[in-house]
Unconditional design. Structure first.
Length: 259
């Protein structure tokens, strides 16, 4: 008998394709799965990912999640949405990918809960560190299975919450392997560093600006959606936006290093 998994993503399905997408698609090969996620109204930087699994977006009131008291409205919407999904889909497993998602799970849910911790959420959310700590503590205590993407994260969660039942599921790769001949790049007077991934509030813009000031020949190529934070206004910083996986190598094949 197949498991029925309600998979709660923390990013829009059309966000740059990464760990949550691939795990959802992998689970769907041997289980019945339904993916729920909070719909992102700001569609800039998104891509049209294939609808390989059943999707159920949650439509909340935009821009109030970080407002005290008002964010309770969206929590109410999400909790009611999840309760309806549980009632209709009848999952025996709920797969969570972010600490505060636990607040949307009814107290009387009797199935198993999986927590996939793929980031040190306390380290990258200084403003809401206390509330995330509280939510994650509740989640790891309630979860039947806790997964981390690295040994470092495993150690942090074990020490932070005094738990030991954590398994490691590392990030992987499921695409074609590029056969690239080694080549000696021709160095020129410019030095280009490339970054691939989300650019958000935790992105260290200060060190980028400092390096640009100290190294005149330095340039940056930033590939990925701009989510939040400060956009550096400098001609030596190229914000390329979202690039499909199969085009990434051609975009970075001539850079000097990746960061």
């Amino acid at each position: 008998m197949k498991n029925r998994i309600l998979y709660f993503m923390n990013v829009d399905w059309d966000w740059i394709k990464q760990r949550p997408h691939f795990i959802a698609e992998g689970l769907a090969t041997k289980n019945e799965i339904k993916v729920i996620y909070q719909y992102r109204y700001q569609r800039d930087g998104l891509q049209n990912n294939d609808r390989t699994v059943p999707l159920a977006p949650i439509y909340v009131i935009p821009k109030i999640d970080n407002l005290k008291y008002f964010n309770r409205i969206n929590l109410f919407i999400k909790k009611n949405f999840v309760e309806r999904q549980i009632k209709n889909f009848k999952p025996n497993i709920i797969y969570l990918t972010y600490p505060t998602q636990i607040y949307s799970i009814p107290d009387d849910y009797a199935g198993k809960i999986v927590y996939d911790c793929m980031d040190d959420h306390l380290a990258i959310n200084n403003k809401s560190r206390e509330s995330i700590f509280k939510a994650e503590k509740i989640l790891v205590q309630r979860a039947n299975i806790v997964i981390t993407s690295s040994k470092s994260l495993k150690n942090k969660l074990e020490n932070r919450y005094n738990i030991s039942r954590i398994s490691i599921v590392r990030n992987g790769f499921n695409g074609p392997i590029l056969e690239i001949k080694q080549q000696q790049l021709k160095r020129n007077k410019h030095l280009t560093l490339a970054y691939i991934g989300t650019i958000s509030h935790w992105f260290d813009t200060e060190v980028i600006k400092k390096s640009l000031k100290e190294i005149p020949e330095l340039n940056y190529l930033l590939i990925g959606p701009f989510d939040a934070g400060e956009r550096i206004s400098d001609p030596r910083v190229n914000y390329m936006g979202t690039v499909n996986h199969n085009q990434l190598f051609n975009k970075i094949k001539n850079v000097d290093a990746l960061i």
